[in-house]
Design a protein around this ligand. Structure first.
Ligand code: FES
Length: 276
């Protein structure tokens, strides 16, 4: 935006999207675990729960590299004084030479269990860099937290990332080998086709390309935002056929029941008909 936009340009914007939300109705307590800037969506939840004076217990477990990178620290200290149901446990990977008097190191199983009583019975929201999320998801499952209680939000390129139009996989920070391996798992003869029912177009459907990529190549418009399966903007009706999706975080049970797929994730080795 800084390089390209100038006063008077028209830009298209979309409202917030995604399924990584907590309104207080989903559970009677919540554990919010964030790493680095991954605290951002968790703060949105904390601010909202503060605004509605939600009575449940809120445990924020936060990890950052240094105290300088402890985002929202002042606001959290302020909120903690106002909300006796907000419990904050933070740890800095490198605190040496700073005024930090708290924990040092990564978020570990021990740190989690000390910060959150009865962890296994609480709903957990987890947001941070992909490597941290993978490690903590395993830690939580190892501690006995049911998978269904763990909600995650990836930021930055993650598994399931589909490169934007005109970019190759490597430019979208997904290793090319990983990109081709994803296709290789399902590769069959490239004889499948996809019919875009609304646009009345039929084109070839390579097994390593998502429905969204094929639509873009065919000039068929499907809205998108994240291209990693979490925002839900690319939800499209599947009218015929079967697809696999690397990530489907943005689909609810109702969506699946109604035949919706995430176009940015959906791939198939068979013929498809989609509404687009
Ligand atoms: S573009 Fe976000 S889920 Fe597909």
């Amino acid at each position: 935006m800084h390089d390209q936009l100038k006063a008077g340009d028209l830009i298209e914007v979309a409202g917030p999207s995604g399924a990584f939300t907590f309104t207080g109705a989903e559970a009677d307590s919540v554990v919010l675990i964030g790493g680095g800037v991954g605290i951002t969506p968790l703060m949105a939840a904390i601010r909202y729960l503060s605004a509605i004076a939600w009575p449940g217990q809120i445990y924020l477990v936060y990890g950052a590299q240094t105290t300088e990178q402890f985002i929202f620290r002042d606001e959290l200290e302020y909120l903690q004084r106002r909300m006796n149901n907000l419990h904050v446990a933070a740890t800095m990977v490198r605190a040496a030479g700073t005024s930090w008097m708290g924990s040092e190191g990564q978020i570990t199983a021990e740190f989690l269990t000390q910060a959150v009583p009865d962890l296994t019975r609480r709903r957990v929201h987890l947001c941070g860099p992909p490597c941290m999320m993978d490690a903590l998801r395993k830690t939580l499952i190892g501690l006995g937290v049911p998978r269904v209680q763990i909600k995650t939000e990836a930021f930055g390129p993650a598994r399931g990332a589909v490169p934007p139009p005109g970019k190759v996989a490597a430019e979208a920070q997904m290793p090319a080998t990983e990109a081709s391996n994803q296709g290789a798992a399902t590769v069959g003869p490239a004889t499948a086709t996809i019919r875009f029912a609304t646009s009345d177009r039929v084109v070839a459907l390579p097994p390593d390309k998502s429905v969204l990529e094929v639509a873009e190549g065919a000039g068929v418009s499907i809205d998108y935002s994240c291209r990693v399966g979490v925002c839900g903007v690319c939800k499209t009706h599947l009218l015929q056929g079967n697809v696999t999706m690397e990530v489907q975080d943005a689909l609810t049970a109702d969506d699946k029941g109604n035949g919706l797929i995430l176009a940015c994730q959906a791939r198939s080795v068979g013929d498809l008909v989609v509404e687009a």
